[in-house]
Design a protein around this ligand. Structure first.
Ligand SMILES: *Cc1c(COP(=O)(O)O)cnc(C)c1O
Length: 362
């Protein structure tokens, strides 16, 4: 069977060469005589995999030595709680920018554990833009400021890094990690569920500055405590072994393409194919404000719910999969993560144009 163009928001497409390598090594990894899935996480063979994964991620993202890299379970959603339990402990205050559903959930979780404050939101326009903030918007004694860097559901992305002064900035980068270079030093912590741009579901990457570790609440579950996980090299308990292995292959793949600068260029080219088309016509509407557009998740509507439905159905039949927008937003969303080839986007635009001609609006 032919592989489709998979525009899923997550879990999402992985690079074909990575999948092929997984397949080749599936039954017997190296000279281990067993699959990576069957290996003890304490074995020398697996130890090399997880150490290489960390080394490669540090190199690709240029992560300074004073940051810990953790490979955890529980998804980004568990981090919504882990972040306040670990970091909202000094003044028990944290400031949140809510630019979509996930940052809203993160705020709600933090409210359980202390004084979590909504400092800026784009809810007034259904999250079609990224709120602008200045240092004065944040409380000087906040333990951290939390943002969601790329809003998967709405297709928006921060085009600036909020100036929080000395307050650590915590960013959920689940749907944009590794899509372009980021200056890690601007953040106290970055976290990301792997299933959008890195690996199969089950792995969550946490990159956290060392001075922020070790101040967790006493009643925190051990597996959520960054200090315990860091002191045990993410091996306090069984890590998500297989997703970490796939992540390592994806990091190698990014390196082979020329690293994140090259990745960014490819992603910009890809996103431009779609956005240039959207800007050149008036059949489809791209609801997101131009300066807040995501490079990874591109949302658009026809303005007619029935036509949207027809579009998604016909697209699916032609092999453009998972193009339907999030259930809370409707319309269409093309998620064009690292693994989506530019041909997929060009073919999609061709189809969009044909669909527009074949389905004139009343
Ligand atoms: C998918 C996603 C989440 C939720 O991730 P889970 O792994 O399902 O918990 C959180 N934040 C962002 C930005 C996402 O894209």
């Amino acid at each position: 069977m032919k592989r489709v163009y998979n525009f899923s928001a997550g879990p999402s497409a992985l690079p074909l060469s990575v999948l092929e390598k997984c397949a080749a090594e599936m039954v017997c990894y190296g000279d281990a005589g067993m699959s990576v899935m069957e290996m003890s996480h304490r074995s020398p063979a697996y130890d090399a995999i997880i150490k290489d994964a960390e080394k490669l991620l540090r190199k690709v993202m240029n992560i300074p030595d004073n940051y810990k890299v953790l490979f955890l379970q529980g998804g980004a959603s568990l981090q919504f709680a882990s972040v306040p339990l670990n970091l909202m402990t000094k003044n028990k205050k944290a400031d949140y920018i809510v630019s979509g559903q996930f940052s809203g959930k993160a705020l709600k979780e933090a409210e359980k554990y202390g004084d979590a404050k909504l400092v800026a939101s784009s809810k007034d326009k259904n999250f079609t833009y990224i709120p602008k903030t200045t240092r004065e918007d944040f409380r000087a004694d906040a333990d951290y400021v939390h943002i969601c860097f790329n809003n998967t559901i709405y297709g928006t992305k921060f085009n600036y890094i909020p100036d929080t002064g000395d307050i650590p900035l915590v960013a959920d980068m689940s749907s944009c990690i590794l899509s372009e270079p980021v200056d890690v030093t601007k953040f106290g912590m970055i976290y990301a569920g792997a299933q959008k741009n890195v690996a199969p579901a089950g792995l969550t990457i946490v990159i956290v500055r060392e001075d922020l570790i070790g101040n967790a609440r006493e009643d925190i579950p051990a597996v959520m405590d960054y200090k315990i996980m860091a002191d045990n090299d993410s091996m306090y308990n069984t890590p998500p072994c297989y997703p970490i292995y796939v992540a390592k292959l994806v990091f190698e793949w990014i390196e082979s393409l020329g690293g994140l600068e090259a990745m960014k260029k490819l992603n910009e080219e890809k996103a431009a194919v779609l956005y240039d088309y959207l800007d050149s016509q008036d059949y489809y509407i791209a609801p997101v404000e131009k300066d807040s557009r995501s490079m990874m998740n591109v949302t658009f509507v026809t303005g007619d719910a029935e036509l949207d439905k027809k579009f998604a159905k016909e697209a699916d039949a032609l092999g453009f999969k998972n193009i339907k927008g999030h259930r809370s937003v409707g319309g269409m969303r093309a998620s064009i993560y690292n693994a989506m080839p530019i041909e997929g986007v060009k073919e999609l635009v061709k189809f969009m144009d044909e669909f527009a001609k074949n389905n004139p609006k009343a």
